[in-house]
Design a binder for this molecule. Structure first.
Ligand code: ZN
Length: 200
């Protein structure tokens, strides 16, 4: 449906709800108890990763269900583990979400998962740069750290992504960061790094 003048979209914004005070906002934890963010690849063969991580960590609810009030309004959800996918399940692409969601939720863990036979293992950063330049006449060699462009060695890349999060000023220091490898055929999850926050 195309937006038109009769539909006032501003009515759907929290800031415009009568009684909502953005200056005294304490977060949405009462409505949705977000505890863990999982970053994984959008490869559909890896879609069971969030549920597998929830089972591995324990004390997590996934997928959970809506909490609805008498009027039928969705006032919350029981999910504690939030899934965020991108090409490769890379940490770099998740930084903005991690930083901004800290305003809304008091979550504790960030988990990075890379999976077997990921498309990102089919080339090297150098090849990607060369092909992109050839096809699109744009030099992307200076855009990102080359480690972020491909998966050349799973263990190194998982550690790279965990370190990237730990060392980024956008990632609050109280968060625990985990790095996993997931085998898509067996469904087995292997913990590679566990970086528990020293500051709470
Ligand atoms: Zn993948």
């Amino acid at each position: 449906m195309k937006a038109n003048k009769t539909l006032d979209l501003s009515q759907y914004e929290f800031r415009n709800i009568p009684g909502f005070d953005q200056n005294n906002f304490q977060g949405f934890d009462q409505a949705i108890p977000m505890k863990t963010i999982v970053i994984y690849c959008f490869d559909p063969r890896a879609s069971e990763i969030p549920k597998t991580v929830a089972d591995y960590l324990g004390n997590e609810v996934y997928p959970g269900e809506n909490i609805v009030d008498e009027a039928g309004i969705r006032v919350g959800h029981t999910r504690t583990l939030f899934a965020m996918s991108n090409g490769g399940g890379r940490a770099l692409q998740a930084l903005q979400t991690i930083a901004t969601m800290d305003y809304l939720f008091h979550y504790e863990n960030v988990v990075v998962v890379h999976h077997s036979f990921c498309g990102m293992t089919s080339y090297t950063p150098e090849l990607l740069i060369e092909k992109f330049h050839h096809h699109h006449h744009v030099d992307i060699s200076g855009m990102w750290d080359h480690e972020d462009m491909a998966i050349v060695d799973y263990e190194k890349t998982i550690r790279h992504d965990v370190d990237l999060l730990r060392n980024s000023p956008l990632v609050p220091k109280h968060l625990n960061i985990y790095g996993f490898f997931y085998e898509i055929n067996s469904g087995q999850l292997t913990e590679i790094v566990r970086d528990i926050a020293t500051k709470k």
